[in-house]
Design a protein. Structure first.
Length: 128
């Protein structure tokens, strides 16, 4: 008996996915997301319109021993002490309110863990 071969192509079990065409248009970044970046040693400064971020890579990987906020009439600072007996200190000009919170960013979204009461500088406190 002879084998009869069909000249028709067999359709695949699942249709092929359509590949979208590449557009020649470049996607524009919104103005609120555009920034300039400056590096000073291991410190990276990112400047957006109306805000600036400072990242201190010098302390990357160090283990924190404790964090202390010092509030005095003439001197205010946030002191981050490390296990290797070094510190990163932020001296702050008078008349501030410090809002402190601990948050989880593992998923990429901010999730609050703990918030502390507001800390006011001595010159910013109401005298009563």
């Amino acid at each position: 008996m002879a084998v009869i071969e069909s000249k028709r192509s067999v359709s695949p079990a699942q249709p092929r996915a359509h590949k979208p065409r590449k557009s020649n248009k470049q996607t524009k970044v919104p103005a609120s997301l555009r920034f300039t970046e400056t590096t000073r040693g291991k410190t990276v400064i990112r400047r957006y319109d109306g805000r600036t971020f400072y990242r201190f890579h010098d302390v990357k990987g160090k283990t924190i021993d404790f964090v202390e906020v010092f509030v005095c009439a003439g001197y205010n600072c946030v002191d981050i002490r490390f296990d290797d007996k070094t510190a990163l200190t932020f001296a702050i000009e008078p008349a501030f309110t410090l809002e402190t919170e601990h948050a989880d960013w593992k998923t990429g979204d901010w999730r609050p863990i703990k918030r502390w009461p507001l800390i006011h500088s001595e010159s910013h406190r109401l005298k009563g």
